[in-house]
Design a protein around this ligand. Structure first.
Ligand code: AHM
Ligand code: MG
Length: 342
């Protein structure tokens, strides 16, 4: 017998967004349309990714991006799809993307209100694509502050602290494709049913376990970590008959969205600290750390750079990096205590 729910039991992402919108009587629907544009781009990226091996879009473009990293063809394609969807929708006046040096102003004269700023990593972990490992998209949405003009937004309008986000989410293109997002009222997850082309609510009110047994870090850099972090990693791996979570298990895909998603569901901590070659860490504050930090917090977890709450960091540039410790509250607190030498 089929276990597929019938129409009476399912809720599409679109329905869910509209229901949320109805809770705000003065809403214009612009924000709902923006989320719809993002989910449409995600479906297109998903489609192209599933065909990647067949239509010669694996591999690099031969270019490097603003971070000096080799740009994969799928990076460029995903960037393009999201920009096109947002431009067409008209609700977004400014895009900041990992794949573009400057924030990109959009023409908002025809469609939509153009009141929103979208920061995104169109395809995170893309070095994994050629080897069939899952990747993701991360996005963060801000309102254009009143003092800016949506027809000519100053690029600095994008530099707001994470606490000002009005929505944040990610899409994981894994064994299934899921979109998970928050608008500050908890976290909800939607699984793509490719047979009907809709994201369906599959994980309502997602919460993360308060503690966990998984730690995710590139241990290859162990010798360049600060002492407090090495002590924490050693502590995690010690056997303790009174602690069912130790020795902890290591899981590291090298695809932030996938590592984060697994830990969110199962309980765990993801760490990308400062290293010798990346003294500020590797991940980007504005479109990787901030959105995931808000999702973690909304699910009951925690996110810091070891000393400061991620969402309270003041951004100075679009592609700013930050060390990141994110996941189950107890684990992140313990990491902070080790880092701060308590
Ligand atoms: P990217 O945005 O260029 O794809 O880089 C980010 C990725 C993350 O997905 C992943 O967690 C990390 O880089 C892995 O880095 P490393 O290979 O140094 O462990
Ligand atoms: Mg990335």
């Amino acid at each position: 017998a089929s276990t597929r729910p019938d129409l009476g039991d399912i809720k599409t992402l679109e329905q869910f967004i509209l229901e949320q919108q109805d809770r705000f009587p003065h809403s214009t629907g612009a924000f709902s349309r923006l989320l719809r544009d993002i989910s449409l781009a995600a479906k297109i990226v998903n489609r192209d990714m599933r065909k990647a091996g067949l239509i010669d879009i694996y591999g690099s473009t031969g270019e490097t991006n603003v971070q000096g990293e080799v740009q994969q063809k799928m990076d460029a394609l995903a960037h393009r799809e999201f920009v096109l969807a947002l431009r067409r929708g008209g609700e977004c006046c400014l895009i900041g993307s990992e794949e573009h040096a400057e924030a990109i102003p959009l023409d908002t004269s025809s469609e939509g209100d153009g009141k929103y700023i979208v920061l995104l990593d169109p395809l995170d972990g893309s070095s994994n694509i050629d080897v069939c490992v899952s990747v993701g998209t991360i996005f963060s949405i801000y309102r254009l502050p009143d003092e800016y003009d949506e027809d000519e937004p100053d690029l600095d309008a994008a530099l707001q602290p994470g606490t000002e986000q009005i929505a944040a989410g990610y899409v994981v293109y894994g064994s299934s494709t899921m979109m998970v997002y928050t608008t500050g009222n908890g976290v909800n997850g939607f699984t793509l049913d490719t047979s009907i082309g809709e994201f369906l609510l599959s994980h309502p009110d997602l919460t993360t376990p308060k503690t966990g047994r998984i730690f995710s870090i590139n241990a290859g850099y162990y010798h360049s970590f600060e002492d407090g972090l090495c002590d924490y990693l050693d502590w995690l791996q010690e056997y303790d008959e009174n602690d069912p979570n130790r020795p902890a298990k290591t899981r590291y895909i090298g695809s932030f969205v996938s590592d984060f998603h697994r830990n969110l569901l199962k309980g765990g901590i993801y760490m990308y600290p400062a290293t010798q070659s990346s003294p500020e860490g590797k991940l980007r504050l504005m479109y990787e750390a901030n959105p995931m930090a808000w999702i973690a917090e909304q699910a009951g977890g925690r996110a810091t750079d070891g000393h400061t709450r991620i969402m309270e960091k003041s951004p100075t540039k679009l592609h700013q990096r930050t060390p990141l410790f994110i996941g189950s509250e107890d684990m992140v607190r313990r990491a902070e205590a080790f880092l701060q030498g308590d």
